[in-house]
Design a protein around this ligand. Structure first.
Ligand SMILES: NC(=O)c1ccc[n+]([C@@H]2O[C@H](COP(=O)([O-])OP(=O)(O)OC[C@H]3O[C@@H](n4cnc5c(N)ncnc54)[C@H](OP(=O)(O)O)[C@@H]3O)[C@@H](O)[C@H]2O)c1
Length: 327
């Protein structure tokens, strides 16, 4: 009998979106403590672009994608968290979520509440858990804090804006154009700065007087300096992405000169390294979604076969909210 196969996006070399091709791949079998998930919706994240371009290095050839929601269809030996038929979602890989199915370690997936649809889950687990660790762990946002959020109309940004407002912060959104500014303010942002035509640091100082308590900067190279210049003394610079390219090196004395600043470059995977951390982080996200404090906009949908177009649109800053692939 021929081995079962599935459709999957594969890349043979790193490069532009054209390196992505839909191929037949063997349907993976779950090993011990693993489950196979039949995907209903697949999350598209900016990190997938870093994997595709080689900014973040992996062995080739490879699949792409870290996040998907679906139904458990096979369980390996020793699995205790899930059974066949469970609705689950995962966002820590293994790389290869751009496929009809994937095998994941049971400790890297969470059960999906019935109230949350597959596409909403795939649109929000990685991005929402990121918003959660940024706002609750990296810097604990409290009522009255001045918080700057870059790419505020994007996938992570839309969730972070709403969550920061829910925590009582004054939110200053930074976005690429007027339409995105309108989205950020409709989600509760108190101010929106258009990065293409405004001086970010000058505007933040105008709004806050002394500067922000914290800046969440996912844009990287293009905004790093402006973000540092937007902080008050003892403020926290959270550099958590490279959408415009990685930020350059910084001498520690630059933090002193600008007011004894703090700088961190965090990643979600260190904040959800244990199953307890993963469950706590996901639970907090599901809670704010179920309460309605954070609304997940209907994601833009692409066919799995059309994954390259999702990357083209995301890289071109054409998208707002989250993107999902439908197998
Ligand atoms: N550290 C972590 O654990 C972690 C986890 C998740 C995501 N992230 C990071 O968070 C960011 C957001 O991820 P996402 O998937 O939700 O994407 P996204 O925010 O929906 O899309 C990226 C946005 O970045 C902005 N941007 C500014 N300059 C850009 C440029 N030169 N090229 C492309 N985009 C540019 C654009 O918004 P404007 O047009 O409004 O500027 C664009 O829409 C990414 O940098 C990602 O790497 C980090």
């Amino acid at each position: 009998m021929a081995a079962a196969t599935m459709k999957a996006i594969r890349i043979e070399s790193t490069g532009g979106p054209e390196v992505m091709a839909l191929a037949d791949a063997p349907l993976p079998e779950p090993g011990a403590n693993q489950v196979r998930v039949r995907h209903h919706a697949i999350g598209v994240n900016f990190i997938d672009i870093y994997h595709r371009t080689g900014l973040y290095k992996n062995a080739l050839p490879m699949g792409l994608g870290l996040e998907a929601a679906g139904v458990v269809e096979a369980v390996g030996a020793g699995v205790t968290r899930f059974k066949e038929g469970d609705r689950i979602v995962y966002s820590a890989g293994p790389i290869g979520a751009y496929a009809e199915a994937n095998v994941v370690n049971e400790t890297q997936a969470v059960k999906l509440p019935d109230s949350i649809a597959f596409d909403v889950a795939a649109a929000s687990l990685l991005k929402g858990m990121t918003a959660r660790f940024l706002l609750r762990k990296t810097f604990r946002v409290e009522r009255g804090h001045d918080v700057v959020i870059h790419a505020a109309a994007g996938g992570v940004g839309q969730i972070a804006v709403q969550w920061a407002k829910h925590l009582g912060a004054r939110v200053i959104a930074v976005v690429g154009n007027d339409a995105k500014a309108a989205i950020a303010t409709s989600l509760g942002a108190d101010h929106a700065i258009i990065s293409a035509r405004e001086d970010i640091a000058a505007r933040v100082r105008e709004i806050t007087g002394v500067g922000a308590h914290v800046v969440y900067d996912s844009v990287g190279k293009d905004t790093f300096e402006a973000s540092l210049d937007s902080l008050r003394p003892l403020g926290m610079m959270v550099s958590f992405g490279n959408a415009s390219g990685p930020a350059g090196a910084l001498a520690p004395s630059e933090l002193q000169r600008r007011g004894s600043l703090f700088l961190t470059r965090p990643t979600l995977f260190h904040y959800t390294a244990t199953v307890e951390q993963l469950d706590e982080t996901a639970r907090d996200l599901f809670d704010v979604v179920e309460q309605g404090a954070v609304k997940i906009a209907a994601p833009t949908r692409y066919a799995l076969a059309n994954a390259a177009q999702a990357h083209i649109d995301l890289e071109a800053r054409k998208t707002t909210g989250s993107l999902v692939l439908i197998p």
